[in-house]
Design a protein around this ligand. Structure first.
Ligand code: CO
Length: 147
């Protein structure tokens, strides 16, 4: 069903920003060197996120980030992605004000969720993933940053 433009502000899931695009890489150092050499940009944050099985680096670009992800082991989601698909775009992440409200709304919509409840992400954020088969073949991450 198409909603009139005026109805969008009434939806409980308001996407506040395209927070980041997540890119799977096999060698984080090499990828960071490449971004620095090609585009003159470097990471603002870099951290190991055990809950996701990755080391990640966040490169600020405008109001968003490029998130480079190197798996900590082969038997992690990003490790399996690299094995199957090789390096490349892994997910897009939207910022929301409340991840619980967003997940509840998506659940009511019948969305195919990977995470029924939030889990810890980088930057102290809480995150949840929506399955790529749900919409447009794209893995979507919802991000709620700490207040
Ligand atoms: Co991400």
């Amino acid at each position: 069903m198409m909603l009139p433009a005026t109805a969008f502000s009434l939806l409980p899931v308001k996407l506040l920003n395209l927070d980041h695009v997540g890119i799977a890489v096999t060698d984080l150092e090499a990828a960071l060197d490449g971004y620095q050499a090609r585009y003159g940009v470097g990471p603002l944050y870099r951290e190991v996120v055990e809950a996701q099985g990755v080391e990640e680096a966040m490169i600020p670009v405008g109001g968003s980030f490029v998130q480079l992800l190197q798996p900590l082991a082969a038997d992690t989601p990003v490790g399996r992605f690299l094995e199957k698909r090789g390096e490349g775009l892994h997910h897009v992440a939207f910022m929301v004000a409340s991840i619980e409200i967003a997940l509840e709304h998506l659940h009511q919509q019948g969305a195919r969720l990977i995470d029924e409840s939030p889990r810890p992400g980088g930057r102290g954020a809480r995150i949840a993933f929506v399955h790529p088969a749900d919409l447009g073949g794209t893995l979507i991450e919802l991000v709620e940053l700490p207040g």
